[in-house]
Design a protein around this ligand. Structure first.
Ligand SMILES: [Zn+2]
Length: 210
């Protein structure tokens, strides 16, 4: 089950609960703000969240991670280049939006490794590195469910900005073409800021010119 929750800090971001229906255990992706509200959802629905997964280290995706981590005593995971953002309020853009954010207790994941749910080892996500919006971009992909949590690398009808720290448009396009738009056409792409889309819809956009 996937539950999308729009959380609102300085800007609105989609957080996602990716939950195994058999066990009600799962992962929380991009808790960007509103820790208390997300914690209430977790307890009201009896979810067991095993890990927080971050698609990249921008403030609007990480804002509630430290508080939820403290409360639930669970790991916060990022792609291995994430330290540059997690520990630097300039790079994660939080300093520009008023409240400086630093994440210290982060588990850095190996590229293309599987994140396996302890409660059900058949329930897993693979971390695919997708640089370009940031250097630490990650998509979390389930082949079984045909879904990828893509953060800000690609959106319904657009793609991520590349003018922030570590951004690079050529890199983003190459990464998307090689790693995301090569997934099966019916794969649902769940982004940080738009409604869902699919690989089939996005690969035909004129800017990708495939
Ligand atoms: Zn971002």
């Amino acid at each position: 089950m996937i539950l999308q929750v729009e959380v609102c800090g300085a800007i609105a971001t989609n957080a996602y609960f990716y939950i195994d229906d058999e066990t009600d255990a799962g992962f929380l992706i991009d808790p960007g703000a509103e820790a208390e509200r997300l914690l209430k959802i977790i307890s009201a629905r009896n979810f067991t969240i095993e890990k927080i997964l971050l698609t990249h280290g921008h403030f609007d995706h990480i804002g509630a991670a430290a508080e939820i981590q403290r409360e639930l005593k669970i790991p916060v995971c990022m792609q291995k280049n994430g330290r540059a953002y997690a520990e630097n309020p300039t790079w994660n853009l939080s300093s520009a939006f008023g409240a400086e954010m630093v994440l210290r207790d982060v588990t850095y994941l190996d590229d293309n490794s599987e994140i396996i749910l302890a409660a059900n080892e058949n329930f897993r996500l693979k971390i695919i590195p997708v640089a370009g919006h940031t250097t630490d971009g990650a998509a979390y992909y389930s082949e079984r469910d045909g879904v990828a949590f893509v953060g800000d690398s690609i959106f319904l009808g657009s793609y991520g900005r590349t003018d922030f720290y570590g951004g690079d448009e050529q890199t983003l396009f190459a990464e998307l073409k090689n790693k995301i738009l090569t997934l099966p056409d019916e794969t649902v792409l769940l982004s940080g800021h738009t409604p869902p889309t699919t690989v089939g819809d996005e690969k035909n956009r004129p800017w990708f010119n495939i």
